[in-house]
Each structure stands twice: as C-alpha cells, then as structure tokens.
Design a protein around this ligand. Structure first.
Ligand SMILES: [Mn+2]
Length: 352
C-alpha cells in the first residue's frame, strides 16, 4: 500500500503501549509531540531523540508530529508574534533533524475542539465523544465559567474571557491576516527542511461562542492553500471535523485535494450528524455514521495518495479505559478497516 498507516501516541503517560500499537497489521508511523512543553517554548532535542529511539526499538517510525501548537499571540497578531514565530520555526527544524516529515497544527481560537460530553453511552454500551446543542445552549463564556473538555485547563476563566473578546475584536479577517503572516514565515522553513505542514480543520467547522473560525469549508481551504502555493503548505484532512457540517461534501473535498497533492495527512473517522445539527462520534464503518468512508478511501487510492493516514478518534469498547477517543481497541479496528478499504481500492485500480 502506498499510504503510510499511523497511530497517535501520547508518550510515556499514554496507557496504550508502543508494543501493542506495533502489533496492528500494517502499522508504520507514530504521530506524537513533546507534550510537556508550553506553546511558545523550544522543544528539547533530547525529548525528540528519545521519542525517535523508542519508536524505532518497537519497529515503528516517528515521522509525524501532532501538533506544534500555535501560540494565541500569533493567532491574535500580538507584538510578541515575531519572537514566537522564530521559536515555531526552530521547532520545525528540530523535528526535521530527528526524522519528522509532517507537522500538524491548527489555527483555532482558544478551544482546540468542542464537545459537550466525552463518554456518551450508546445502546451497545460503548462510549464516545459527542457535541449536543442541548448541552451547549445557554452557555455564555463571557458570563459563565466554561469547563468544556477541549479547553486548555491552564487558562483561568478571566483569561478565557479576555481571549474571547480579543478574537471578537480581530474577527475572521484579522485571523486570516495572522494566518497569512504565519504561513509566509513558516512554510519556507518547512520547505527547506523537507517537512510538510498540515493544517487541521476547525472542529467543528462553524463558529462556537461567536469565535471566528476559518478552516471550515472548501472555499476557505482553497483560500488557505493559495496563500503559499507549495506542497509544504498542505492539509491534515480530518473527515470527522469537516464532516460535522452537512454542507461539506467530504469525499469530493478529498478527491479534489488529493488530486492536487495538497493532503499531507488524513484523519479518518466517522460522525453521525443528528437532526438538530448535534453530532456523535461513531465507529469507523460507513453505515455507522454520516460519512461514506469507502468513497473517501477510493478518492485517495484513485489519486495514488502516499501520505499519512491515521484512524482518528475511536469509541471506548470492550471495557477499555483511558484517554477518551484514544483507546487502543476501536482505533485498531478502524486501522484494520482502513487497511481493507485501501487494499480493495488499490487492487481494483490495478486490475483496470
Ligand atoms: Mn482530527
């Protein structure tokens, strides 16, 4: 298979071991990061070296980083942004030095992702992450204390309020301007060291709490990619994030960007959109959710996709406990399913 199958691993504190990950058929790459360093700080080389060695001793390759977080002051265009951009570039160089080929990041204000519950129980007893409007309604981040799971818990409520008003002031166009400044600085460095930057779409791809969100739909992805027209400026196409908005035709988007060679990394997972626009994370199988995963993989195979693929979030099943969305069992089932679809699509393509 041309695609490179990968798995996210949170380092030594991850309840899932590298050994178990290596036992998943076809598993090649580890997706990780230096998680104990704050945004805006330089990553210690020893940590990258240790990660590389640990992966290699388990027969795996550490070549994808998820993520190097973008400091809020860069996204807000604060006076400190230039210094922080230098640090960002230094981290890309350091990752490249230890073999990293792809760096994921996002440009979402304040909240990395939004869910209202991490352990919603389905009829079969499995649990998964969900976002119910019912549970969001009435929450006003400028008045109430917000304790949503995607929020960096190191912020005080006062800081959250200040950030939200700062983003309100710059609005969508301000955020675009700061993204442009980021890309024009970072992409040439990535090109130089053979790294593809992969922007993760906003999750979900519409405004929450009135915060501007720009990496949301085909039109905006086109705009983002055209800011720097280079394969180093690519997408981490997360089917589950884009797929939360019914207006996004995800298989069509995959087809378009795979053909243009602007997808560096695929996050494959399924979501079920409910009647009121709420959504539930579901098993990877197409019939379990709203996305046609076969069509998505076929679009990749038809375009000889050779980038990274990982089964994104999974449910918690078979009594496993651990980090919500990041258990071993359901993500391994997802990996096996993805392998099967790729094998079928690639063999069919060869026989034609
Ligand atoms: Mn994702």
């Amino acid at each position: 298979m041309k695609m490179k199958l990968s798995f996210r691993w949170y380092g030594d504190t991850d309840p899932v071991s590298l050994k178990y990950i290596s036992q998943i058929p076809g598993m090649r790459s580890i997706v990780s990061a230096v998680y104990d360093v704050k945004p805006g700080e330089v990553w210690p080389e020893e940590a990258l070296k240790a990660m590389k060695e640990q992966c290699e001793s388990n027969g795996l390759v550490f070549d994808v980083v998820e993520s190097i977080p973008v400091h809020e002051d860069i996204k807000l265009g604060k006076p400190d942004a230039d210094r922080l951009l230098d640090v960002y570039c230094e981290n890309i160089r350091r990752c490249a030095k230890y073999g990293v080929k792809c760096v994921t990041y996002n440009f979402m204000p304040v909240f990395d992702w939004t869910r209202t519950q991490l352990d919603k129980e389905a009829k079969d007893g499995s649990t998964s992450l969900v976002m119910y409007w019912e549970q969001m309604k009435g929450l006003d981040p400028l008045k109430d204390d917000i304790h949503l799971p995607g929020l960096d818990s190191s912020y005080t409520q006062e800081e959250v309020r200040e950030l939200i008003s700062a983003y309100g002031e710059i609005g969508e166009e301000g955020l675009w301007k700061n993204l442009e400044r980021f890309l024009k600085k970072v992409i040439p460095v990535a090109e130089e060291c053979g790294v593809r930057m992969a922007i993760h779409p906003d999750d979900p791809p519409y405004p929450i709490f009135g915060l501007p969100r720009i990496i949301t739909c085909e039109e905006n992805l086109d705009r983002m990619l055209s800011i720097v027209d280079s394969p180093a400026n690519s997408l981490c196409l997360c089917t589950g994030s884009l797929g939360c908005a019914e207006s996004n035709d995800v298989p069509k988007m995959v087809e378009k960007y795979a053909k243009a060679d602007r997808i560096a990394f695929m996050h494959i997972r399924n979501v079920k959109i409910l009647e009121d626009g709420s959504f539930e994370e579901r098993a990877h199988l197409s019939s379990c959710g709203s996305l046609d995963i076969y069509k998505i993989v076929k679009a990749l195979a038809d375009n000889d996709f050779d980038g990274y693929v990982r089964p994104d979030h999974g449910r918690m099943i078979w009594g496993e406990t651990g980090k919500p969305g990041y258990g071993l069992f359901d993500r391994a089932l997802g990996a096996a399913y993805i392998n099967g679809l790729f094998e079928a699509c690639e063999k069919e393509k060869e026989s034609n």
